[in-house]
Design a protein around this ligand. Structure first.
Ligand code: HPA
Length: 273
């Protein structure tokens, strides 16, 4: 058994000593997007700091927690708060929670984040369905000895974002008359925002939105055979597009302003999964 799998097993044991809840759907809520978790019928909450080996965010003071519960008849586990590579964690540690949620039973991973819009037809506060991703600027989370218990050494990434789940989210947005763009998410390491030249380069490569999370989580989930989908909240236009400087508070505020529309799309999509 690999060291990583041993670590996952002891984290699993710790969770199982608290709850036997088996989620079907795992959700990672990006910064400013945590309010969805308040709408589910909570069965149990576990702070990350109670789980051995769990990467706990030291930066924001609040380390975050798992929330287990029901959204209608769907069994959900939400991550309120995630850790990022820019905090200094290894990619394998950043994706540990995804693997743990898989081991708890989740077959679907719904990823969400705040991102900067690269596509100039986007606007702050719009939503983007992630159709594919560019992860080549960050280290792959599967580097190291392969966790055979989870998946193969060289997993296919031809279709990371599940076609049927993307279809359901698109139909749900149509029914809600809710504007939904589609595009390609680029993960960068951060923590600095991009330069205008970075953004031009990412656009030339086909990127639609840029952020500091998500893509490596999607890779780890596909490695384990989970079905993946994701939505980016475009909290700001990426650097150099409007001429305005970027700051974290503004980005957070913009994410807050679409929270209600985002939450409705997530909830109604999950109901239709
Ligand atoms: N760049 C990178 N990450 C981000 C941005 C951005 O413009 N906005 C929100 N997360």
């Amino acid at each position: 058994m690999s060291k990583e799998y041993e670590k996952l097993q002891s984290a699993l044991l710790a969770v199982r000593s608290i709850t036997d809840f088996e989620p079907e759907i795992a959700l990672i809520l990006g910064s400013g997007l945590g309010s969805y978790a308040d709408t589910i019928k909570t069965v149990c909450e576990i702070p990350y700091s109670d789980i051995p080996g769990f990467p706990v965010s030291t930066v924001q003071g609040h380390s975050g927690k798992f929330i287990f519960g029901y959204d209608g008849d769907k069994k959900i586990v939400c991550m309120k708060g995630r850790v990022h590579m820019y905090e200094g964690y290894e990619p394998v540690d950043v994706v540990m929670p995804v693997r743990l949620m898989y081991m708890l039973g989740a077959k679907i991973l719904f990823l969400t984040n705040a991102a900067g819009g690269i596509n100039e037809t986007f606007h702050p506060g719009c939503l983007m369905l992630i159709e594919d991703q560019i992860s080549i600027f960050v280290r792959n989370p599967l580097v190291g000895s392969n966790v055979e218990e989870l998946g193969t050494r060289f997993p296919d990434m031809t279709r990371i974002y599940d076609k049927d789940l993307c279809g359901i989210i698109t139909e749900t947005a149509d029914k809600l008359n809710s504007e939904l763009f589609k595009g390609i998410y680029v993960q960068v390491s951060g923590p600095s925002y991009e330069s205008p030249a970075d953004v031009k380069a990412l656009r030339l490569l086909g990127g639609s939105a840029v952020g500091m999370s998500t893509a490596i989580e999607a890779i780890a989930a596909r490695h384990a055979g989970m079905r993946v989908c994701g939505i980016s909240v475009i909290s700001n236009m990426a650097a150099g597009i409007t001429g305005e400087e970027l700051n974290h508070e503004e980005v957070q505020k913009a994410a807050d302003s679409v929270a209600a529309r985002f939450e409705e799309l997530v909830r109604k999509s999950i109901a239709a999964f």
